[in-house]
Structure formats: structure tokens, C-alpha cells
Design a protein around this ligand. Structure first.
Ligand SMILES: Cc1cc2nc3c(=O)[nH]c(=O)nc-3n(C[C@H](O)[C@H](O)[C@H](O)COP(=O)(O)OP(=O)(O)OC[C@H]3O[C@@H](n4cnc5c(N)ncnc54)[C@H](O)[C@@H]3O)c2cc1C
Length: 48
């Protein structure tokens, strides 16, 4: 829902939220969805 996104991180190891429900504040729509994927990628990249 716009304006109340959920975090891309979840309490479950290896499980992430990606898409337009989990974009950072300041984003919206498809750019927000893509940005949430970048955040997950950053987490995965630093985890290995
Ligand atoms: C009319 C309209 C106009 C828009 N115009 C713009 C615009 O001009 N610019 C912009 O940036 N954004 C726009 N948006 C928003 C943009 O479309 C979304 O932010 C973007 O598509 C979100 O991408 P997503 O991958 O998070 O989700 P989605 O694109 O919604 O993809 C989710 C996918 O998951 C599938 N799915 C759902 N439940 C399940 C399930 N249980 N099992 C398997 N698959 C499932 C769905 O079928 C869907 O294919 C618009 C949205 C709408 C509705």
C-alpha cells in the first residue's frame, strides 16, 4: 500500500520482501519495486 511499505528484511533468514510493497520511503511504483530489489541484492552481496 503506498505510504506504508513493509521492510525488505524479514525475521526469516534468507527470506526478503521485494516489490512495490517494500520500497524505501521516497520511492513509488516500479522504481520503488526495483529499488527494493537493489536493497535485497546489497544484503545478499554483503552476506557472502
Ligand atoms: C493502472 C496502473 C498504472 C501504473 N502506472 C505506473 C507508472 O506509470 N509508473 C510506475 O512507476 N508505476 C506504475 N504503476 C505501478 C507499477 O505497476 C507497480 O509498482 C509495479 O508493477 C510493481 O511491481 P511488483 O513486481 O512489485 O508487483 P506486480 O507487477 O504486481 O507483480 C506481482 C506478480 O505476482 C503475481 N502474483 C500475485 N500473487 C501470486 C501468488 N499467490 N502466486 C504467484 N504469483 C502471484 C501477480 O500475478 C503479478 O504478476 C501502475 C500501476 C497500475 C495498477
Amino acid at each position: 500500500m503506498p505510504g506504508s511499505p513493509v521492510p525488505h528484511r524479514t525475521p526469516v533468514k534468507g527470506l526478503f520482501n521485494v516489490g512495490d510493497a517494500s520500497y524505501p520511503r521516497g520511492f513509488a511504483g516500479s522504481m520503488g519495486a526495483a529499488t527494493s530489489a537493489v536493497l535485497v541484492w546489497d544484503d545478499l552481496r554483503t552476506a557472502v
